[in-house]
Design a protein. Structure first.
Length: 322
């Protein structure tokens, strides 16, 4: 209604401006522009605010953490996944007539089929004599519902100012002795004896290195079993990213079992320092490694009594397997 009134007023003024001197017409246009700006600011003041549910709930975050502790069990992911599998899939299978009954019938039938398959697989493991057609069907369904292997991680964005370990240390501003110790430690703990890196520093420092700026990581899409989203972790070091400041993303590093580091469940946050490939032509081997700056959890990863969040501090640069 308001927009319609504005259009009528503009039309009337446009008609009247035809018979007005240019200076007066310009004055009227400036008045119209000021009026529109005032109306726009009033609309912004009335509609743009943070007084909505999700922002209001943040004010109760600390109290809820103190009362309930770590609360992943309240995640909405399970309800949304159940809504997709039980409601949306049943809706798609229906003919859109008497939908509620068809959705319930479809969910009950799917549940009965899954229970039958579980019972048949249990009987099969006990050595029961099942027919050939039943065994073929069980093999087919088992291979169909199994989670497919994720695609490989891809490194992109090679830098041209790094050729060997010595240049790599200069770019990162790390001493060669430090990086050699990290590489030797990684080699001893993660590589078989026949494929380990040379432990002589003079040889290790001359191994060819390629520094990369981007790592593409396939992540299983939410509520999907075979569709992957690409998560891009970028590490530009001291170089600028898209004409802005340098970008060195943070990642999670699995450092132990779920019983370690309290609420972090065995994972520690770290900041990427470098993504690189190191080659050994004598052994015809290539290793793809990240250099990360580990963040050490304070109080063994337990939430703070003040803000109920986990506090971390920086430690030295480490080399971990990619």
């Amino acid at each position: 209604m308001v927009d319609k009134q504005r259009k009528e007023q503009r039309h009337q003024r446009a008609q009247s401006n035809k018979r007005v001197a240019p200076s007066k017409r310009r004055w009227r246009l400036e008045d119209d522009r000021d009026e529109e700006n005032d109306l726009r600011m009033d609309l912004i003041d009335a509609e743009c605010h943070f007084n909505f549910v999700k922002m209001h709930l943040l004010s109760h975050f600390s109290g809820h953490r103190c009362q309930f502790g770590n609360i992943p069990m309240y995640s909405t992911e399970f309800g949304e996944l159940a809504h997709k599998e039980q409601i949306k899939d049943g809706w798609r299978r229906s003919n859109k007539t008497d939908v509620e009954r068809q959705i319930l019938h479809s969910d009950r039938r799917q549940h009965a089929i899954q229970m039958s398959l579980l019972n048949l697989n249990s009987v099969r493991r006990r050595g029961a004599n099942l027919g050939g057609d039943v065994l073929d069907y069980l093999d087919k369904t088992t291979s169909t519902v199994s989670t497919p292997a994720p695609h490989g991680r891809i490194l992109k964005g090679r830098r041209d100012d790094v050729s060997d370990v010595l240049n790599f240390c200069k770019v990162l501003d790390i001493t060669p002795e430090r990086i050699c110790l990290e590489l030797i430690g990684y080699s001893r703990h993660n590589l078989p004896t026949e494929h380990r890196l040379q432990e002589e520093p003079s040889i290790l420092q001359l191994l060819p290195v390629e520094q990369i700026t981007q790592l593409e990581i396939p992540v299983l899409a939410f509520q999907e079993t075979h569709i992957y989203d690409i998560d891009r972790a970028r590490c530009t070091g001291t170089h600028r990213f898209q004409n802005q400041e340098s970008r060195n993303d943070c990642v999670w590093v699995q450092c132990g079992g779920e019983e370690m580091y309290g609420a972090l469940r065995g994972r520690l946050p770290a900041m990427l320092v470098a993504l690189f490939k190191i080659r050994d032509y004598a052994k015809e081997a290539v290793w793809r490694l990240p250099g990360v700056q580990m963040l050490n959890p304070v109080n063994s990863g337990q939430p703070s009594d003040v803000h109920r969040l986990v506090t971390v501090t920086c430690v030295h640069v480490q080399v971990t397997v990619l």
